[in-house]
Design a protein around this ligand. Structure first.
Ligand code: FAD
Ligand code: DHB
Length: 389
């Protein structure tokens, strides 16, 4: 089998890249290790930047997001038992949309099915070959049989645990990493959100986040210990802990109910440099991970795909390698700014076991400054709604 671009991974980055390339007549095949249902079962991102919305529109899959997504023109941050608001619309003229990654993935999968794009699910033992030369290949097993996909380029969109980054020789890649000493315990429930906007909570018991998927479905997170297992978190324990971290109004208004889904996410910052290795390109979580505070991971995957899709289009339509040559530097410049913002939000809002009372005093000073200075609030808002591409 032969294609122009072999895409590894059918998460948001792989599916979006496939859709954009197809629109420009560039042949592509997606190889995904899991089933489509498994990919759709992962509850992850919820906040969508304007730039991401524009990319989904460009790919022709934004209609349902515009119908069902909730436009948020601000967010609340609570500390010392009080809530404060960051008004994105007033400070930046921009807003974000609350719409689940699951729904974006479903829209992209439906879009791909409608255009007849080829996705091979349950592709096992995917391996990447010869991307340092002119004829790269991807080998995989499907239903016990070995297959080879020859291509011009490989797009490694296979997430943090994928095969693409791992197939690069150690001497050609440099990685930067910070692992945080805590995780997020997330719970989804069919209950109305505690408040119309998201609430990021700094409390002496640790961080919590009140988010949502619709007016009848809530997504909540509480900071937990790094080694915690979901079995240690009964629904009752989760709701009690969230209530204890909320302000008084939140405690009164929180509606609880049985969980539909519960997962623990570890928190890390990770960047691999460069993002191009000959004819292989990394995009999304395959190249970088940010802690979820600040809602940047999926949005960053989409901005990588913005640069990468344009690079391929330039190559095939204008016979120019300029976009390809500049992809890594352009993508990384935006990546590091999102890494910085996510690290900063994480540092300001979580309870750090090692920093003690000094660390807590600094956090409160930072939060007080944020709400006494329009410049500081604007800096948060312009990063949250998304820096320009
Ligand atoms: P992935 O979604 O990881 O997709 C990679 C795909 O590749 C997967 O389907 C995987 O099965 C497949 N794959 C892996 N290995 C192989 C292989 N060897 N062969 C073939 N296929 C393979 N981001 C935001 O922007 N906003 C948020 O609000 C937000 N909240 C989050 C909350 C939580 C709790 C978590 C955990 C994450 C959150 N994120 C958020 C981050 C976001 O979910 C990720 O950044 C996003 O999924 C990255 O997309 P991706 O397509 O690059 O990678
Ligand atoms: C959600 C996740 C985030 O990491 C965030 O900062 C905001 C919202 C969510 O899952 O809804």
């Amino acid at each position: 089998m032969r294609t122009q671009v072999a895409i590894i991974g059918a998460g948001p980055s792989g599916l979006l890249l496939g859709q954009l390339l197809h629109k420009h007549g560039i042949d592509n095949v997606i190889l995904e290790a899991r089933t489509g249902e498994y990919v759709l079962g992962r509850v992850r991102a919820g906040v969508v930047e304007k730039g991401t919305v524009d990319m989904l529109d460009e790919a022709g899959v934004g209609a349902r997001l515009h119908r069902e997504g909730l436009v948020h023109d601000g967010t609340e941050i609570a500390f010392d038992g009080k809530r404060h608001r960051i008004d994105f619309a007033e400070l930046t003229g921009k807003t974000v949309v609350v719409y689940g990654q699951t729904e974006i993935t479903r829209d992209l999968m439906d879009g791909r099915a409608a255009t007849g794009g080829k996705t091979i699910y349950e592709a096992a033992d995917v391996s990447l070959h010869d991307f340092d030369g002119s004829s790269p290949k991807v080998r995989y097993k499907k239903d016990g049989k070995e297959h080879e996909l020859a291509c011009d380029f490989i797009a490694g969109c296979d997430g943090y645990h994928g095969a693409s980054r791992r197939s690069v020789p150690e001497k050609s890649i440099k990685t930067f990493e910070r692992v945080y000493p805590f995780g997020w315990m997330g719970l989804l429930s069919e209950t109305p959100p505690v408040s119309p906007e998201l609430i990021y909570i700094h409390s002496p018991r640790g961080f919590a986040l009140c988010s949502m998927r619709s007016n009848t479905r809530s997504r909540y997170y509480v900071q937990c210990d790094a080694g915690d297992k979901t079995e240690q978190w009964s629904d009752e324990r989760f709701w009690n802990e969230l209530r204890a971290r909320l302000d008084e109004k939140g405690r009164d208004e929180l509606v609880t109910g049985p969980s539909i889904e519960k997962t623990i996410a570890p928190l890390r910052s990770f960047v691999a440099e460069p993002m191009r290795f000959g004819r292989m390109f990394l995009a999304g979580d395959a190249a970088h991970i940010v802690p979820p505070t600040g809602a940047k991971g999926m949005n960053l995957a989409v901005s990588d795909v913005h640069y990468l899709s344009r690079a391929f289009i330039e190559y095939y339509k204008e016979k120019s390698s300029a976009g390809i040559d500049h992809y890594s530097a352009k993508a990384l410049a935006r990546v590091w700014k999102a890494v910085r913002f996510s690290w900063w939000m994480t540092s300001m809002l979580h309870k750090f076991p090692e920093t003690g009372e000094f660390g807590e005093k600094i956090q409160i000073a930072e939060l007080e400054y944020l709400f006494s200075s329009k410049s500081a609030a604007t800096a948060l808002a312009e990063n949250y709604v998304g820096l320009p591409y």
